[in-house]
Design a protein around this ligand. Structure first.
Ligand code: G6P
Length: 606
């Protein structure tokens, strides 16, 4: 994944590079580095760990220079260390890289034979030496063309050159790269977010393209060197000032924002006056597809799983879901009458993007459900349905998960009505129920106090389980994922009915188990499964919804009750206590909640 920033200016750049790197830490945070040109020479400062450490080192070093590149790393080749941190430099060039060079071992051998000495264990260092080698006999532009041809795999690159304080180079294959236009200065960034504090004028490189960036001009080229023109886009300013406010952690803030993000999203899609859903730009006739495939990774995949239940319940479509990294390499039978939906918060996840590209290559109908509307996935899909939840910084996704589910639910009832699968009365009653969701989410957030203590138990558990049936099964998977990501506790999500086929063997005295059992059609069955784990020693946290009868079952350790809403909307509410549970478990252990170990928010490598 990794974050890239480059600035060429008439003023010193290092402090602005550091500020942008701080914004990019969501892409990787195991090490950081910067290189600038001072009197034509490359100067590097690198560190293991966060950008805060880099900032102090830069001050010590008094790093000057009007042109520079910076990087935050999520290790792929070579462990996180100062030596492996980017930029990687030879005397002639300095390179920052996001992605993986798949033929780096072969290239390294070739370069070592020529006498180049490698300092790091990274795949990136081959690029620095390869560029150096080609520069001996080629012009700068031809060097770039030849080097890009030699590299296999995926990359976004930023390169600066000794004695060339008039330019820097950006190149892209597979991994996203943006350029920004400023007053007498220009920028390079792994995404527009890094550039937003400096400019709202952006262009994106497409796969295989490269660019030469000067202070007052940016030239774009196809991989073979043919010059091309680019559209300049104006970005919205809305996310520029997103900060923690009074919160200590972004994740905590993002969980608490959910009632308002739900409202914002509903306002975009629901016409409250006419009680109808508006997806204005829907480009196909409803009868033109008989099936739908939903594709995503991680939390986004879980939102697809929930949507499968809604779509099967409310439409006559044949519904499949897929994990993007599996879908892209399977022998998929593409169907003309199928809608392929790609769900991604960032809109940049490499596997999801590759799955979209595969569908596009096969001329399929594609739809993107994304948070970042300027992202690669949003730009390439036929239809974009934004989730409107605002910037999400916490690496473990929370409000974006609710946003993804919400848009998928809205899409499912829109299709349902258009297919005449439900009556107008049912359609409008579903919309009416939806309008109360934000308020119920607000009430669910208030169930906080109990979860603080419950979290302390989960934090120290050897392992735990999350069980549910129906809609609550994917929510169980998401609850388990949140606990793994944040508190580093081994957690399994399971369909409650599957326990007796193996996992029951894991239950032992005192093991915490979350049972998600709203009073829907599955309630009684799940209650029986719950008693089966209690009988084997499990400490059960039951998450259900309110009902008149107080006692729901016996021997339950703790119980959380969310509002009683239409069954279809319960997944939204029961998710919130699970987010809080993971948050408090991580808090108890003193872990880095917004940046859990080994992870990154935007996964732009396979
Ligand atoms: C990473 C993040 C997850 C996210 C997944 C998919 O693993 O840490 O929170 O669910 O990527 O990301 P996307 O941006 O495609 O939703």
């Amino acid at each position: 994944m990794c974050g890239i920033i480059g600035i060429i200016s008439t003023n010193e750049v290092s402090s602005r590079i550091v500020n942008s790197l701080k914004k990019l830490e969501y892409r990787g945070y195991d090490s950081a580095g910067i290189a600038t040109l001072v009197d034509g020479n490359i100067n590097e400062v690198k560190c293991e760990g966060r950008v805060d450490i880099l900032e102090k080192d830069i001050l010590k070093f008094n790093l000057k220079g009007d042109i520079g590149i910076g990087h935050v790393r999520w290790a792929t080749h070579g462990k996180p260390s100062k030596i492996n941190a980017h930029p990687h430099s030879s005397e002639q060039v300095s390179v920052v890289h996001n992605g993986i060079i798949e033929n780096s071992t072969i290239l390294k051998k070739f370069l070592e034979k020529k006498g180049y000495v490698f300092k790091s264990q990274t795949d990136t260092e081959v690029i620095a030496h390869l560029v150096t080698d080609y520069l001996k006999k080629n012009s700068l532009k031809n060097t770039i063309i030849k080097v890009l041809k030699k590299l296999h795999g995926s990359f976004a690159l930023g390169v600066i050159f000794k004695d060339r304080d008039d330019l820097m180079v950006g190149a892209r294959r597979g991994s996203p790269l943006a350029v920004g236009y400023g007053p007498n200065e220009n920028y390079l960034g792994s995404d527009s977010y890094a550039l937003k504090s400096m400019t709202n004028k952006i262009s994106y490189l497409e796969d295989g393209e490269f660019c030469i960036i000067k202070k007052d001009q940016i030239e774009f080229f196809e991989g073979n060197g043919v010059k091309i023109n680019k559209k300049v886009m104006n970005l919205s300013k809305e996310d520029i000032h997103y900060d923690k406010g009074d919160y200590k952690y972004f994740m905590e803030k993002e969980i608490d924002e959910q009632p308002s993000t739900i409202n914002d999203c509903i306002n975009e899609y629901v016409d409250r006056y006419n009680n109808q859903i508006n997806i204005y730009n829907f480009p196909w006739k409803i009868n033109s597809f008989q099936s739908i495939v939903l594709i995503g990774c991680g939390t986004a995949y879980h939102s697809c799983l929930v949507a499968k239940y809604w779509l099967e319940q409310n439409t006559n479509l044949d519904v499949s879901i897929d994990i993007a990294s599996e879908f892209r390499y399977r022998k998929v039978r593409f169907k003309k009458d199928c809608l392929y939906v790609f769900v991604s918060q960032s809109g940049e996840t490499a596997d999801t993007y590759a799955a979209l590209e595969l569908c596009k290559k096969n001329k399929m109908k594609t739809c993107a459900v994304v948070n970042v509307v300027e992202s690669s996935i949003a730009r390439d899909a036929d239809l974009v349905l934004p989730i409107y939840c605002g910037q999400e910084i916490g690496v473990a996704s929370t409000k974006a998960f609710l946003g993804q589910m919400l848009v998928l639910y809205i899409l499912s009832i829109k299709i349902s009505f258009d297919q005449k699968f439900i009556t107008k009365k049912d359609y409008q009653s579903k919309i009416k129920n939806l309008l109360s969701l934000s308020n119920s989410a607000k009430k669910t957030l208030k169930l906080d106090h109990k979860l603080l203590n419950i979290g302390k138990v989960f934090a120290h558990a050897k392992g735990c389980m999350f069980l549910g049936r129906g809609y609550s099964f994917p929510i169980a998977l998401e609850g388990a994922l949140k606990l793994k990501e944040l508190a580093y506790v081994h957690a399994e999500g399971y369909p409650a009915g599957e326990m007796k086929h193996g996992p029951l063997a894991l239950i032992e005295e005192g093991m915490p188990v979350v049972v998600i059992a709203p009073r829907d059609d599955h309630y009684k069955k799940t209650m029986s499964n719950m008693q089966e784990v209690i009988a084997r020693g499990a400490k059960v946290l039951l998450i259900t919804n309110k009902n008149k009868d107080e006692v729901v079952s016996e021997n339950i350790w703790e119980q959380i009750e969310v509002d009683k809403l239409n069954d279809e909307l319960i997944p939204f509410l029961v998710t919130i206590p699970l987010q809080k549970l993971a948050f408090y478990s991580a808090l108890e252990k003193g872990y880095d909640i917004d940046k859990p170990r080994n992870l990154a928010k935007s996964v732009t490598v396979e």
